[in-house]
Design a protein around this ligand. Structure first.
Ligand code: AMP
Ligand code: MG
Length: 339
């Protein structure tokens, strides 16, 4: 009996620690979405367990829906006290405020009060009365966040202020997953956190990775085009992610910090290609708010970013750096240009 338990235990342990060389995908529900990781070689079952627990650790620090998170504590202490946080939370907030500065507040993590009032994606989703939105907007301004780098504290100086890292945390978690996997010796893989994609390493065939870009009017998994890339992140922000319909209007989850309403422009989705998931995620939300003309101009001025825009007329606009790596796969989504 003992021998058979030992034997099973040994076989089980061998199975767990054995490093595999064929691809495998595992999925967990984190950040309110499905998070999948595909590993190609030099990994074991332990690798999956450990990498997902690293991702959960980040969720537990940064999610606003987790009461014990550092971000929830910052929000609870708004108008009361500065809150000491871990360096990764402090650094990600610093990065987000930097993108806010660069995009003149298109990305603004202090939209928290509006995000929770609109409740998009939750059972409470509704159109708030205009006076309420105006009241909440008084507390939305990324320039008010007080950071103290020496003591690693974050302070929201007004009661009613609230930060939300939903626009950037998944991208950061993806980067951290890749960093963990590389350190564990994994040679290549794909991170897909709710459609935020990061590819790393080289495929066995040595061909570039091919990443499908989500069709904004369709279920997850339908693509209007494919991007070939060596390594890096491909992240989309769109009206299709979380929304509700009322009176024929789509109220989606990206809030324009200057109006307090879901962004209304002619863009259905923006996909950013960048070296890191943090950048791709942060800028995808920001550039969506900027809209087509300002957004393309912004991305063209940044050497480390490229973008694909889809308008509500299904026209596709590409930044110059993507002209050779993008392949159109649906006739209804033609490539357009300003020229
Ligand atoms: P993403 O899907 O990355 O574009 O992020 C959208 C999420 O970020 C929303 O669900 C909100 O939690 C939050 N958010 C919405 N609008 C903004 C904004 N203008 N700036 C920063 N975060 C936002
Ligand atoms: Mg984003």
């Amino acid at each position: 009996m003992i021998l058979s338990v030992l034997l099973i235990g040994t076989v089980f342990f061998f199975f767990l620690s054995c490093r595999k060389t064929d691809p495998e995908t595992k999925t967990e529900f984190i950040f309110g979405t499905t998070c999948s990781i595909t590993l190609y070689s030099e990994y074991s079952q332990d690798t999956f367990t450990q990498v997902f627990s690293r991702v959960r650790e980040i969720e537990n620090k940064m999610s606003v829906t987790i009461e014990s998170s550092e971000v929830s504590e910052i929000n609870r202490m708004a108008g009361v006290n500065a809150v000491t946080v871990t360096s990764e939370t402090f650094n990600l907030i610093t990065t987000a405020l930097g993108i806010a500065e660069e995009t003149e507040g298109a990305l603004d993590i202090t939209v928290g009060p509006l995000v929770s009032e609109w409740g998009i994606g939750s059972e409470n989703a509704h159109v708030p009365p205009k006076h309420k939105i105006e009241k909440l907007l008084e507390h939305v301004d990324y320039r008010k966040v007080v950071l103290d780098a020496d003591n690693q504290t974050v302070f929201l100086p007004e009661k009613g202020m609230r930060i939300d890292l939903g626009a950037i945390a998944k991208g950061y978690a993806g980067d951290q997953a890749v960093m963990f996997l590389r350190k564990s010796g994994v040679k290549s893989g794909i991170i897909d956190f709710g459609g935020n994609i990061i590819v790393f390493g080289t495929k066995q065939t040595k061909e570039p990775w091919k990443v499908g870009i989500q069709q904004p009017d369709s279920n997850r998994g339908s693509y209007f085009g494919i991007l070939g890339l060596a390594e890096g992140a491909v992240v989309s922000s769109g009206t299709y992610e979380r929304y509700f319909m009322k009176d024929g209007i789509r109220f989606h989850h990206i809030i324009d910090p200057s109006t307090g309403f879901p962004v209304r422009n002619n863009v259905d989705s923006v996909t950013i290609v960048a070296g890191s998931g943090t950048s791709a995620d942060g800028y995808s939300t920001a550039v969506f708010v900027l809209g087509l003309e300002r957004g393309i101009q912004f991305v063209e001025n940044k050497t480390d970013l490229e973008a694909v825009f889809v308008t509500n007329e299904k026209n596709v606009y590409l930044t110059k750096g993507l002209k050779d790596s993008f392949t159109q796969t649906k006739a209804e989504y033609p490539i357009a240009s300003f020229e």
